[in-house]
Design a protein around this ligand. Structure first.
Ligand SMILES: Cc1ncc(COP(=O)(O)O)c(C=O)c1O
Length: 459
């Protein structure tokens, strides 16, 4: 008897050899998933296979993955060393799931390695399944250690999809009506291209950093539990605060008794082409650093790294996470770290990131719609505007550009409060030829977009 579920509309969906048409998948998603499950593209693609920087749909069409499975692909899809290690574990009947209630060397191997990459003073860690959970734990730890509740976050920031951290999300699109916002307050964004103080980097006196202090003074009782921020605000549109912002803010956070949580879910694992954790390169005296995404190269793993004094304050309490620190995930994260080292991927991210950014700046001279290009290493944003003077968000155009690129074999991402920022975050192993392809497709697609412009205005 078929175990096939009958769709609610009565049509039976037959899946020969595990194959499904896009139409079938769309129909089932529509019927069974929550409407919150968004899709990229008007005609979404079905991804079946992947290798290195390339992914393949059900017909075998090849795409260069320049968003890296949403910033998760650091060592490259299906890296042979990861494949080999996973197969070896399966062949040896290694236990898949243990929990931290038992001893297992994969989690301890990873703990030693990740702490060796942490900024000075950070020497303890805990593993989770995701970035959201890592941030939840960091905030819980900060509140416990300080005995305070208030968390200061940044407008336009993103720290995950679970209830607690969603209340620290600075973008309405991700929040829900039920969102609790107690004990959370937001400072203004360090967004140089759209400075909320009307300044430019050349004439400002870091009003954005000072605003963290004003926020604490005006919307807390004068003491805080934590400040949470991404060193580069990825989903917010690759907002890249000036380097001087960080030491200034760290001083303020510590002055008011708070713990600095550096959310490196996107920027970590060498993505920014400097140190394994950008926090270290930026000289942020963070009390905690959170990670996920590229840390596991696609495996569901997150981590919180923290100073001993915070870890010690948790003594006597229990934190249990059923899958956190499981053998396969921790093995994959460790392998990913080894590959990043062995293949000099951080240096490659620096060199290729610079090449990509410089070439995009050239492209900007040809295409008026590009208002700004920015980023660090291989975390890059291209902000599209209808008019460079008014900086009106080119939201529709951004979505169209994604479609045009997809039709030409290139997958890119988007972000920003208005959805007008193209995000690029390929695997750290990307080469010059692949970057030239990204530029060529963007150039071609931007040309088509500008030719379509009068038509789309009439609509
Ligand atoms: C900066 C940042 N923090 C946290 C998260 C949440 O991570 P996850 O989706 O693994 O829960 C994300 C996800 O995009 C992120 O970009």
């Amino acid at each position: 008897m078929s175990t096939q579920k009958k769709p609610k509309n009565g049509k039976v969906t037959v899946l020969p050899n595990g194959q499904s048409s896009n139409e079938e998948l769309l129909e089932i998603r529509k019927e069974y998933f929550l409407p919150t499950a968004a899709l990229y593209y008007k005609n979404p693609i079905q991804l079946k296979k992947a290798k290195g920087n390339y992914v393949y749909d059900e017909k075998g069409t090849e795409y260069l993955d320049a968003i890296g499975g949403i910033v998760c692909n650091s060592a490259g899809h299906n890296h042979p060393k990861i494949q080999e290690a996973l197969l070896e574990m399966i062949k040896n009947d290694e236990i898949q799931h243990t929990t931290m209630l038992y001893l297992n060397h994969h989690a301890t191997d990873l703990a030693k390695k990740i702490v060796s990459e942490a900024p000075d003073g950070i020497d303890r860690c805990s593993f989770t399944n995701s970035g959201s959970e890592a941030n939840e734990l960091a905030i819980t730890a900060a509140r416990h250690a300080t005995g305070e509740t208030m968390v200061v976050n940044l407008r336009h920031g993103y720290h995950g999809g679970t209830s607690g951290v969603l209340s620290s999300c600075g973008q309405h699109t991700w929040r829900f009506r039920s969102q609790p916002t107690a004990s959370v307050t937001s400072a203004l964004e360090p967004y140089c291209y759209r400075c909320p103080f009307g300044k430019a980097p050349t004439n400002c006196s870091l009003e954005c950093a000072k605003n963290v202090e004003t926020t604490i003074q005006t919307s807390t009782h004068g003491k805080i539990a934590a400040f949470i921020a991404e060193p580069v605000m990825g989903i917010g549109g690759v907002i890249t605060p000036p380097q001087e912002y960080f030491p200034e803010v760290t001083k303020i956070v510590h002055k008011y008794g708070g713990k600095y949580i550096s959310d490196e879910v996107q920027t970590g694992a060498g993505r920014c082409g400097s140190t394994f954790l950008l926090t270290k390169d930026l000289g942020i005296d963070a009390d905690m650093v959170t990670m996920a995404k590229g840390f596991g190269n696609g495996a569901p793993i997150g981590a919180v790294l923290m100073k001993s004094e915070i870890a010690e304050s948790l003594s006597g309490k229990l934190y249990f996470n059923t899958f956190g620190g499981d053998p396969y995930q921790t093995m994959q994260a460790l392998k990913t770290m080894e590959i990043i080292e062995e293949e000099n991927l951080i240096e490659n991210a620096m060199v290729m990131g610079k090449y990509l950014l410089d070439t995009l700046k050239e492209l900007m001279k040809k295409h008026e719609i590009i208002g700004d290009v920015r980023g660090r290493g291989l975390l890059i944003g291209i902000e599209l505007v209808k008019d460079r003077k008014t900086k009106e968000h080119a939201t529709k155009e951004c979505a169209e550009l994604m479609e045009l690129c997809k039709d030409r074999g290139l997958l890119i991402g988007k972000g920003g409060l208005a959805g007008n920022v193209i995000r690029l975050a390929p695997a750290l192993s990307i080469n010059k030829k692949q970057i030239d392809f990204i530029i060529q497709v963007l150039d071609e697609s931007l040309k088509v977009l500008s030719q379509n412009k009068p038509q789309s205005k009439k609509q």
